[in-house]
Design a protein. Structure first.
Length: 315
């Protein structure tokens, strides 16, 4: 079987989905907790509540990644990428290889009027009994993650059953981004007010905190809102198909880099990295400058037997 049809493709898609969405979910939870501790000092967030909230978020993230591949008729009708006949040229009951659910359901009701079914697989199995060549009803199913060789959830999929999920996805991600932004902006405002009340006796950390928060919020908004805007454009504004390169850029570059930068900015590791890069660059420029101003040494070796007197005889 081809790679997108194999179970390994589904496993890879689930892992990628858990990774990229887990980063945003954890950042959202951490921002809420830090905002409560910084802005409402009278509220004590119990450790047990944090553990429970973290567990719920992790379970929700795992469920969101696994549910689309659960072999249930109603779920697959929404998330399945495609299902088509393996040998359409041998099947006289369908005009194309792509299975039309309404046409399939109508045929099934004619053949088995007393045995209604909602599963495409179930109806196909029943229709195999009306012909001696049951191979004409063999189907190939492309799962939620198998729409491309990358095996990654593709928000740009264009199918009617996927629209409601796509809208819900955009709404939830937008809410999470607003929560993260509002929480950290509240922290910065609280820090600045505390600094102004304390006066010069308190060290001024507001500038560093503002830079840190700006980097965290900026990368989140740039990554996720660019994906959301691209999805809106190609789903409801553009008439043409989505270029494959657009999906690959988001799947392999934008979202993974954002997930990598989140812990770097949150932990303050970016300060050490920028400091290291600055020192390397400064040492490189210093060596380059020294090599440019230092005189070039004379490479001609002096002959110890040569006479320094120009009138000396050569006899």
């Amino acid at each position: 079987a081809e790679w997108p049809l194999r179970p390994g493709c589904v496993i890879l898609g689930v892992i990628f989905s858990i990774s990229c969405h887990g980063s945003l979910l954890i950042i959202s939870l951490m921002s809420i907790i830090r905002s409560l501790k910084c802005t409402m000092t009278f509220i004590d967030v119990p450790k047990k509540a944090v553990i429970i909230a973290s567990t719920v978020i992790c379970l929700f993230n795992i469920a969101h990644s696994i549910v689309p591949v659960i072999p249930h008729a109603a779920i697959q009708r929404v998330f399945r990428s495609a299902i088509y006949l393996s040998h359409p040229e041998e099947n006289p009951f369908f005009e194309s290889s792509i299975i039309n659910f309404s046409h399939l359901e109508k045929m099934h009701n004619i053949v088995h009027p007393n045995n209604p079914k909602s599963s495409i697989r179930g109806m196909i199995d029943d229709l195999k009994t009306i012909t001696s060549n049951d191979g004409i009803f063999n189907v190939t199913e492309i799962s939620y993650y198998g729409i491309s060789p990358l095996c990654i959830n593709n928000l740009f999929k264009d199918q009617a059953s996927y629209t409601n999920y796509k809208i819900s996805y955009i709404v939830v991600i937008s809410i999470l981004l607003l929560v993260v932004s509002a929480a950290y902006i509240a922290i910065v405002i609280k820090e600045r007010r505390s600094r102004s009340k304390a006066g010069a006796n308190r060290p001024d950390n507001s500038a560093a905190l503002t830079v840190k928060v700006s980097l965290m919020i900026g990368t989140q908004l740039a990554s996720w809102y660019s994906l959301i805007l691209a999805t809106i454009y190609f789903s409801w504004m553009s008439d043409g198909p989505v270029p494959a390169l657009v999906f690959e850029i988001f799947a392999l570059v934008v979202i993974p880099i954002n997930s990598l930068l989140n812990p770097i900015f949150y932990s303050g590791l970016y300060k050490k990295l920028t400091g290291l890069m600055w020192r390397l660059w400064r040492n490189y420029v210093r060596k380059l400058f020294q090599s440019a101003v230092e005189p070039i040494p004379n490479t001609e070796a002096a002959d110890p037997n040569a006479s320094t007197d120009p009138n000396a005889s050569t006899d």
